[in-house]
Design a protein around this ligand. Structure first.
Ligand code: GLC
Length: 438
């Protein structure tokens, strides 16, 4: 049976499409205001005022081993950390700025120990790096900038030199790709090029303002295996990106570019904000989150799920509880995630179910989102399944229906394989049936 093979990538996505599940971490000064990582933009906070967070950033509980352990137990295999977000604050000891963790009460490079801790747990390492910078004095103030409404914006801009910012950006990327060993993912964020469909006074930034093509060369040269995301505004250039990165929504089908399926990764939050948000009450349920992982893999994608640690350097209980729920589920069901992908085209999942398929073992996984009463009918699978079991406890699931019932139904569905399920949903957030195909 043929599975969809996505377009080949320049970066090494071989491990990536096996591992499927990663942790995104958004951590910066915005953990202190605790009301969204875009707070500087949203509230148009001037630098002098935002400095208070720099002055008081003191993550006294920070222990990256605990983060790595929590992610490991959840079943995650790689992580992506914000080395710098749009606010401009850097987690490592960059030689190119003073706006960095060692100069806060944290008094040290926070990135090196994190990379080390996660590597010790076997994780692949990814860096998210913001192209945008609302702190750098040469970054031209544009329509997304925290100073966008300053009456003297143009006067400010006359003194700014985007070229100098570009050198800073490229220089920092060099630091990141040379001082931390092998980097597996480079996740730039993001481009919003000027375009004629926007209002006239709208100023954006894209490949020109980042000199993306030069940046791309640096990245590929320094880390030839690194996986690159698609936010450098180089969509049209062959080999200039490796993965598509849909954000905060579930694609309806395997994402394609020019008709060809591509390697992709959905990034999602627990509650809406990426940075730590104290008062957000839109937390997704454990069931929704596990279904999200399943749904993603059922369309051939990866899930990069985010936590926003607090200003004390801790992952708060709401996030931890959810990671633990993943751990509980993954312990018994990870076989339907690792190494799996979308099922071959001819196999269509029934209502309220998602299929994933492992081409190496030729096993099909049926994830049941709403537990049906006794029978699950799988069209097109008649005669193709050798054995069926519940994945969590390897208990047999009977294939076929009681002949008496077939008679009651008054009709034979020739191509349909019917499984006879227990009446009660097993005590598993999302139950999975493993089908050994012939
Ligand atoms: C967005 C946001 C940002 C977040 C990112 C994650 O583009 O600007 O805050 O870091 O998406 O994908």
């Amino acid at each position: 049976m043929d599975v969809i093979k996505p377009k080949k990538t320049v970066g090494d996505t071989g491990w990536f499409v096996q591992d499927r599940f990663g942790l995104f971490i958004h951590w910066g000064l915005y953990a202190l205001p605790a009301r969204h990582e875009w707070v500087k933009h949203q509230e148009e906070i001037p630098d002098e005022k935002y400095d208070v967070y720099f002055k008081y950033f003191d993550p006294d509980l920070y222990d990256p081993n605990l983060w790595a352990k929590a992610a490991y137990n959840a079943g995650m295999k790689y992580f992506v950390i914000t080395t710098k977000h749009h606010e401009g604050f850097c987690l490592w000891d960059s030689k190119l700025t003073d706006y960095k963790a060692p100069n806060t009460p944290a008094k040290k490079d926070l990135l090196t120990p994190m990379v080390e801790a996660f590597r010790n747990y076997g994780f692949k390492v990814g860096f998210y790096h913001s192209l945008i910078d609302w702190h750098h004095p040469d970054f031209i103030i544009d329509s997304l900038h925290s100073m966008r409404n300053y009456p003297d914006r143009d006067k400010f801009n006359q003194k700014r030199d985007q070229k100098k910012y570009i050198e800073y950006l490229h220089g920092q990327v060099r630091e990141l790709l040379t001082q931390f060993g092998k980097i597996d993912i480079m996740w730039f964020d993001f481009s919003y090029p000027s375009d004629p469909n926007r209002p006239k006074d709208w100023i954006g930034k894209g490949r020109k303002e980042w000199e993306s093509e030069r940046l791309l060369k640096i990245v590929r040269e320094l880390q030839p295996y690194v996986i690159l995301d698609d936010r450098l505004d180089l969509a049209d250039i062959e080999g200039a990106w490796d993965i598509k990165t849909p954000e905060q929504y579930k694609p309806r089908e395997w994402p394609k570019v020019d008709g060809t399926p591509v390697v992709w990764e959905a990034c999602q939050t627990f509650s809406g904000s990426w940075g730590y948000h104290r008062d957000e009450y839109t937390w997704k349920s454990e069931e929704q989150l596990i279904q999200m992982l399943v749904d993603t893999v059922s369309k051939g994608g990866n899930l990069l799920l985010n936590v926003g640690p607090t200003g004390r350097g801790d992952i708060d209980h709401r996030a931890l509880n959810r990671l633990e729920a993943f751990g509980k589920w993954m312990k018994y069901n990870n076989r339907s995630i690792y190494g799996c992908t979308q099922a071959p085209e001819e196999l269509k999942a029934p209502q309220d179910c998602r299929f994933t398929y492992n081409p190496d073992t030729n096993r099909l996984y049926v994830h049941i989102f709403a537990w049906p009463f006794i029978h699950l009918h799988l069209d097109g699978l008649a005669g193709r399944v050798e054995y069926a079991q519940l994945l969590n406890d390897a208990s047999e699931i009977k294939i076929g229906m009681d002949p008496w019932l077939v008679q009651q139904m008054g009709k034979k569905y020739e191509n349909t394989l019917t499984l006879t399920l227990p009446v009660r949903k097993p005590d598993v957030t999302v139950p999975v049936i493993e089908l050994f195909l012939k």
